[in-house]
Write a protein that binds this ligand. Structure first.
Ligand code: KG4
Ligand code: ZN
Length: 335
């Protein structure tokens, strides 16, 4: 049964994982380690690319050794190596991709370049034996995507953001409210004590028939409210009202996409899917419409290498590999 080691280094998490599996049965996750750089970037209010790549490079070797030890394997027992090749920060992607290629080259084993968004998309099914047809909502720091999934590797895009991603909007509003980076979890925390009806923020494009998203108008509405109510604003009320608008848009568009595509299974993934209110609101809406919902397990929502290893294993088992000349692609589309 093939064993695959994968590296994720597209942004500010350095992560390594090892999976083993064969076609038709659920893959076994043998080890998964993540070293987050969030604390390092927090003092700068966001990710500093050079700091990120330097730290990937400093930590990677130790993390590979730790992952092998956790799985009780020697490097020579790995059958294939994978790494995220995009989308992400160029200098960060280069570190993981070059390391995985180096190991593959030294051991004369195949290399697989993996799309980070495919990792997120597959993450709700990491414990499954196959990828069922479904409608995927992927919400991360850089992307907001609605994808019609027919099976592993068979994707068509139904909608995406025309400006900011949902996670990006959370992070930018977090910055306006002077909350620590990243804003997403901080806004969720603040919103718990607030009134979601305190401010009437726009639900941009919600009633339009297409399946694209827009969050920049909402972000600007929050900024104007802050400027207008200088000093008087309640952060919990503002956070709750902002979050209510984001969730109405995400849930509304997802249900519309499910109806249009005919899928009865919806899957939620990406960093923003850590948000408890989103999970609850989407679950309630799916229940009401007779749809099944699969949500990525919390440990696979934010960036991790297990999802990249899983995507890599599926491609390896399908007989695919990438040349060692394969470049990184900072703007790599999923479809
Ligand atoms: O998937 P991810 O780890 O990295 C990217 O591929 O971008 O997503 C990170 C994003 C950030 O924007 C972060 O603020 C957001 O996920 N996020 C959340 C929560 N936890 C993380 N957004 C809202 N609520 C959360 N609890
Ligand atoms: Zn991600």
């Amino acid at each position: 049964m093939p064993t695959l080691l994968a590296i994720e280094s597209s942004c500010d998490e350095t992560a390594v994982a090892i999976v083993r599996g064969e076609s038709g049965s659920a893959a076994e996750l043998l080890a998964s380690v993540i070293s987050s750089q969030i604390e390092l970037h927090r003092e700068h209010g966001g990710v500093v690319p050079e700091l990120a790549s330097r730290n990937h490079s400093l930590r990677l070797q130790g993390l590979v050794e730790e992952t092998l030890a956790q799985a009780d394997l020697k490097m020579t027992e790995i059958d294939a190596f994978a790494a995220t090749s995009g989308p992400g920060l160029a200098s960060s992607l280069l570190i993981g991709s070059t390391a995985a290629k180096g190991m593959a080259c030294a051991l004369n084993k195949p290399f697989l370049a993996i799309n980070h968004m495919e990792g997120h998309l597959l993450s709700p099914f990491i414990h499954n034996s196959s990828i069922p047809p479904h409608l995927a909502l992927i919400v991360s720091g850089g992307h907001t995507l609605l994808i019609d999934v027919q099976g592993a590797g068979q994707y068509s895009k139904l909608g995406s953001t025309r400006d900011d991603a949902a996670g990006e909007a959370y992070d930018k509003v977090g910055k306006m409210l002077e909350l620590p980076y990243p804003g997403g979890p901080e806004i969720e925390k603040a919103a718990r004590a607030g009134n979601p009806q305190a401010y009437d923020f726009p639900r941009s494009m919600l009633s339009e028939p297409h399946l694209d998203f827009s969050f920049s108008g909402l972000k600007t509405a929050v900024l104007y409210t802050l400027q207008k109510e200088k000093g008087k604003v309640s952060i919990p009320d503002l956070a709750a009202s902002f979050q209510a608008a984001v969730l109405d848009i995400l849930v509304g568009k997802t249900l519309k996409a499910a109806k249009q595509s005919g899928h009865t299974l919806v899957a939620l993934s990406g960093g923003v899917s850590m948000n408890g209110a989103l999970r609850e609101q989407l679950q309630a809406a799916c229940n009401q419409s007779g749809l099944e919902l699969a949500i990525s397990p919390p440990e696979f929502c934010t960036d991790n290498a297990a999802m990249i290893a899983f995507a890599g294993l599926l491609r390896h088992l399908a007989g695919e590999s990438s040349p060692l000349s394969e470049d990184i692609h900072p703007n790599l589309p999923l479809v």
